[in-house]
Each structure stands twice: as C-alpha cells, then as structure tokens.
Design a protein around this ligand. Structure first.
Ligand code: SF4
Length: 352
C-alpha cells in the first residue's frame, strides 16, 4: 500500500520538501528520503509504508517506558520499516534500518481491532521513529480512539511543528528518547544527527500546543554517551521548562548492532546520572533496564515511601488511594489514570 503523504510541501521542478521530521529532506522526482519510506513520485510525496506493519507485540506500557500514565496497561505495539536516525547501537536495526517496504498488510481499522482482540488498552507506535509514518499512525490512532484505546508514541523527538500539530489530533502520550544526554558529538558520531536542538524544540512545542502526556528518557552509553555535564544540562532544561514532577528515565545500554564491542552501561554510571537529575531538583527519576534496582520504584516526593513497587516492567506493589495520593502521607503523586489490568495474559507477537 502507498498513500500520498500529508506532511510535505511542493517545490519548483517537481521537488518536494518533507516536513515529517527535522531532517526536512528535499526530495527530487523518483528519489526517496533518508528514512527510506517516503519518496517523490511524479512531484507528490508518497508514504510507501501506509498499511505495512512490520512488527506487532503486546507489551506492558512500562516497557515504552511510560510509568506515569495508566500504569499496568497492555499496549499493542507496532512499527513499519525505516527510520530517520542511524543509531549504531539500535536494538531494532532489523526493522529500523531496513530500507525496504515490507510487512503485513493492515488497515487502520484492522490495527485497532487487533489491539482489542488481544485485550490491549492502547496502541504504541514504536521500534522505529513513528513520525516518519505519522499519516498511517494518525489513521490508526483515530480508529483506536473510537474504540476507547489510547495512543502512544515512542519518539526520538527529532520532529517538527507540523508533526506535533498532527500528533495533537490523536495522541495521548509520548515518551521522548534522548540518547547520550543529547551531547552533540555523540549524536553526530553515533546517530548521524548534526544538531540535537530539534528534540528540545519538540518538547516545548508539545508543552505549548498539545495536552499530550510527556515522559523523558535518556539512553546512557558507556564511554561515549555518558557525559555527566550533558546529563546535568538536560536535567536543568527539564526542571526549568517542565518543573520537578516531569518523569525522567536513565536507561542502560546493551551491546547491539554496530556497537557489539561496547559493554553494558555500568550500574554505577547510571546511578551517577540519577543523582545529577535529583540534584537538579527532579523528583521522579528512574533507572531502566536494571531489574531489581531500588530506583525502578516510584517514591513519594514528600515522605519518600515507595508508592509503586516494580520489578522490571511488572508492578508488584501499589500504595496510593483511588485519587493517586500517597497512602502514607496523602501527597498527590503526578500519575494519570488508575492501575490497569495486567498485561501478562495472552501475550502476542509477530515480526515479519
Ligand atoms: S521523514 Fe524521512 S523523508 Fe521526511 S524529512 Fe524525515 S528522513 Fe526525510
């Protein structure tokens, strides 16, 4: 399936300007953009992967990671091929770096129905950068909303005002994933992104123009993407622009793809990042990919008791009342939604 894109502008000489991500590719006739799935056909920009789903899994919402929004939800997670980033450590490189149009044919209604069939409470657009296929995601999202499902983007944030505007039509939640704390040298060398500024701009655009729930993630890569100075800058930005209650997750890197010769991030390194964010005033700081670590839990910002106890993606304890107030001191915890039915039953997945 292929469909004319919406997020683009026509240019002289049958060229097109794609506005779906901050690369802003100028694409000549019969050429394709960097992501490999948007291209110029006869002076029009086409989305080649409309209705082509390369992977589908039922995951817990905590795996996105999103932990301050409808905790415990089962989420049907889908992707297409292609990506606008070229991460050398990508865990999904088989999907994201495929420059082929492949996948199972699914209409937006079929995507929404599959989510319902597997008892999911929502759909996540993830594994590759979803803004590159946003027109398809939007149609899935609108079909999903009619059935009472929520929609989540797992995004690198390398977006545009145009994509954020379209997100506002259907998205409930987004996690914006920084890598290496957005140190420009790291993004240039390991992602192929010359300037990380559009990620910060996207966050401000989301805050100012939408009501979408936002969480922030930062992948910490040992030796090359673990600079504490940049972690402090990122934490300060988050505190200054979003306040102390914005959740931030520091994730452990595991060797993958072209970075097999790097070790997993030492837990001590992650702990230093945690402290930097706490010192910046952020109250809800988490470590990810370290099952069993005490900083996976949610602590009350007033009395410091555990209000949600976790092990990996599982919720093992819940110490809040029906209004998400701390059971110990009554403090309101900034978590939207109640504890949802667990995701453990009826696991489902396909990968094309
Ligand atoms: S979505 Fe793809 S074609 Fe469009 S600007 Fe980004 S990389 Fe280029």
């Amino acid at each position: 399936m292929t469909k004319e894109a919406i997020l683009y502008e026509k240019m002289p000489n049958d060229k097109t300007l794609c506005t779906a991500c901050a690369r802003y590719c100028e694409i000549g006739k019969d050429q394709i953009g960097l992501c490999g799935i948007r291209g110029n056909k006869d002076g029009k920009l086409e989305l080649f992967v409309y209705g082509k789903v390369i992977a589908g899994h039922v995951d817990p919402i905590e795996k996105k990671p999103v932990i301050h929004y409808n905790p415990g939800s089962r989420i049907f997670s889908i992707a297409t091929t292609g990506c606008n980033w070229l991460c050398k450590y990508c865990q999904n490189s088989d999907i994201s770096q495929r420059r082929k149009v492949e996948g199972e044919d699914m209409t937006p209604e079929e995507v929404a129905n599959t989510a319902i069939e597997y008892g999911a409470q929502g759909i996540a657009y993830t594994y590759n950068q979803p803004s590159i296929f946003i027109e398809f995601a939007r149609d899935c999202g609108l079909a999903a909303r009619k059935k009472g499902l929520i929609n989540i983007f797992v995004s690198n944030g390398y977006d545009t005002p145009e994509t954020v505007k379209m997100m506002g039509e259907f998205l409930d939640c987004i996690t914006v994933d920084f890598k290496g704390s957005a140190e420009p040298e790291f993004t240039r060398k390991f992602i192929g992104v010359p300037d990380p500024q559009p990620i910060f701009d996207t966050l401000l655009e989301l805050r100012d123009k939408t009501n979408i729930h936002v969480e922030i993630t930062d992948l910490i890569v040992p030796r090359v993407g673990d600079n504490l100075e940049y972690a402090a800058k990122l934490s300060k930005f988050v505190y200054d622009e979003f306040g102390p209650e914005m959740p931030i997750h520091f994730l452990r890197f595991h060797p993958d793809y072209k970075m097999m010769d790097y070790e997993s991030t030492p837990v001590k390194t992650l702990e230093k990042h945690y402290q930097v964010a706490k010192n910046a005033g952020l109250e809800y700081v988490y470590l990810g990919n370290v099952p069993g670590h005490p900083w996976e839990h949610t602590y009350c910002s007033q009395c410091n008791n555990i209000v949600i106890k976790r092990y990996g993606f599982d919720i093992q304890g819940w110490n809040m009342d029906e209004n998400n107030r701390c059971k110990f001191c009554g403090n309101k915890i900034p978590i939207t939604g109640k504890l949802q039915k667990g995701y453990q039953q009826n696991r489902f997945q396909f990968v094309c």
